[in-house]
Design a protein around this ligand. Structure first.
Ligand SMILES: [Zn+2]
Ligand SMILES: [Zn+2]
Length: 510
């Protein structure tokens, strides 16, 4: 009979649960500890001695053997208390709601496919929670009240099914590559674009490229948590799952190959076109043969939780082995705009004071000197807003309030200095208008720029490449030749080959 398992203590028949901290099964009644290996050995011994299946099993599936798919959505009868358990189609572990025994539905894995290995959880719940606080404090403009008040819900340690592909790829590509170099400085600088046409032939091998096999798991999260260090993997046994969450796959290895194929192609593109050596590369024609050499099925550990805050829900996830995290956090726009306005207002007032001081000093070069000092101030403030203000001064509510106050006080001081100084209304008005423009330009440009940084910092994006999984990183291509196509100078740093491709694409569309 195909029973599911319950890790029963060999000494007292109590409920055994895997403890991440101890890396062992711990009996809830007598505290006996056993590693998964030790436990499996004892069970194997018992079975050899002819102890019946029922004595070691946890729950009996209520199956209609004729219907294969529905059978994964079966209910179970607890062998300890006779209660009914409904884990749902994909749930592979659960607690009996009546007697609290931790059940692993091993029959589901046996019916579907047995994992080749498991990457165990080594990070505990306390580490996961602490990591959330740490991440929230280091990200830009996260509201303090979010860190304090967000309600943590559905904190779960789940073993997620993954497909791991070993892929061989070979072929040839025609590509364009571009190097961009800056010539000259200041106002007179320009960019020299050197474009090459190339052709390369080669081959590469990728090992253990992962793709989760569950449509319920957001790929952006499972990919953000890469890499999963498969060198720390353990041979699979059900004892690892006792008391933790686990799910079985609902996307088979074929379904998952689509994303693997795309990622390997992108990586092979940049390998053949030698992308590391150029600023931009673009493959124009490719002829690749891709061959999956091996597919493994593994369970990887992922911590997840929902954070409820002011009627909104945010997600936080962490790799249970490495501690790497993926998150979506709210942004405090009050803090953001206070930072932008206070910093630029201070600089503009300082600028006005400097400008009037220099103009009052007179001299034939004073106009030029004002222009230079304003430019210097603008660049300085921009860098300040980018690196210091954002990260330190305006990181927390209290420091944000203090910084804004100090900045306003300094600005008031400069204004009073200006008011006390010259009273040439034309020159004052002129300087005021220039500084107002300076203020507006600064706020707008660094706002756009900072918003981009915040978005990037908070983004969960799909991975396009599989570079982490190349088997021989400095492999050489069997042939590569490229020739100079053209050289062109212009004012922009933007890629010529990519904008050409954009235009071509657009023409194709309309
Ligand atoms: Zn016990
Ligand atoms: Zn029960």
């Amino acid at each position: 009979m195909n029973y599911s398992d319950h890790a029963r203590c060999p000494s007292c028949s109590g409920n055994m649960i895997f403890s991440i901290g101890a890396q062992k099964l711990v009996c809830e009644s007598c505290s006996r500890m056993l590693s998964p290996d030790e436990y499996e050995l004892i069970i194997a011994e018992k079975k050899k001695k002819g102890v019946s299946d029922e004595a070691v099993s946890g729950a009996k599936p209520n199956v209609d053997e004729s219907d294969e798919f529905a059978s994964l959505n079966r209910s179970y009868t607890c062998t300890s208390c006779g209660g009914e358990i409904n884990p749902g189609a994909l749930g592979a572990t659960d607690f009996c709601p009546f007697c609290g025994n931790a059940i692993v539905f091993t029959d589901k894995f046996r019916d579907q496919r047995m994992p080749d290995f498991i990457l165990p959880f080594i990070r505990e719940k306390s580490y996961f929670i602490a990591n959330f606080k740490k991440r929230a404090r280091t990200k830009f403009f996260v509201p303090d009240s979010f860190i304090r008040e967000a309600v943590q819900e559905n904190v779960k340690a789940t073993y997620v099914p993954f497909w791991l592909y070993d892929v061989k790829i070979s072929g040839e590509a025609d590509y364009k590559a571009e190097k961009v170099e800056r010539r000259g400085s200041g106002k007179y600088s320009s960019y020299e674009h050197t474009v090459y046409q190339g052709h390369a032939v080669g081959s590469q091998k990728y090992i253990n490229v992962p793709q989760d096999g569950s449509s319920d798991v957001d790929d952006r999260i499972s990919q953000a948590l890469e890499p999963y260090p498969t060198e720390a993997a353990q041979p699979f046994s059900f004892a690892w799952l006792s008391g933790l969450n686990a799910i079985i796959y609902n996307m088979d290895s074929q379904d998952s190959y689509v994303s693997i194929r795309r990622r390997v192609t992108t990586s092979f593109d940049s390998f053949l076109s030698n992308a590391k050596k150029y600023d931009y590369t673009m493959v124009e024609r490719r002829d690749y043969r891709m061959e999956p050499v091996k597919v493994s099925y593994a369970l990887f550990p992922i911590w997840t939780m929902d954070l409820l805050w002011r009627n909104r829900k945010f997600r936080f996830a962490m790799n249970g082995q490495t501690g790497r995290s993926a998150e979506e956090f709210p942004v405090s726009w009050t803090k953001f705009y206070t930072c932008q306005l206070a910093t630029w207002f201070l600089s503009s007032c300082l600028g006005m004071w400097l400008a009037l001081g220099i103009l009052a000093g007179g001299g034939s070069n004073s106009g030029r000197a004002v222009g230079d000092s304003l430019l210097f101030l603008f660049v300085g403030t921009a860098a300040f807003v980018r690196y210091v203000s954002v990260k330190y001064l305006f990181a927390r509510n209290i420091t944000a309030a203090l910084s804004a106050m100090v900045m306003l006080a300094c600005a008031a001081y400069f204004i009073s200095e200006v008011a006390e100084g010259t009273h040439d209304s034309f020159r004052d008005g002129f300087t005021f208008v220039i500084l107002l423009g300076f203020f507006i330009a600064g706020v707008i440009s660094t706002s756009l720029w900072t918003i981009r940084i915040i978005r990037k910092d908070n983004a969960m994006e799909l991975r396009r490449e599989s570079n982490d999984y190349v088997s021989v990183p400095d492999d050489v291509v069997s042939s590569r030749n490229h020739k100079l196509l053209y050289r062109k100078s212009n004012k922009s740093r933007d890629s010529l080959i990519l904008s050409e491709a954009e235009k071509k694409k657009k023409r194709g569309w309309f």
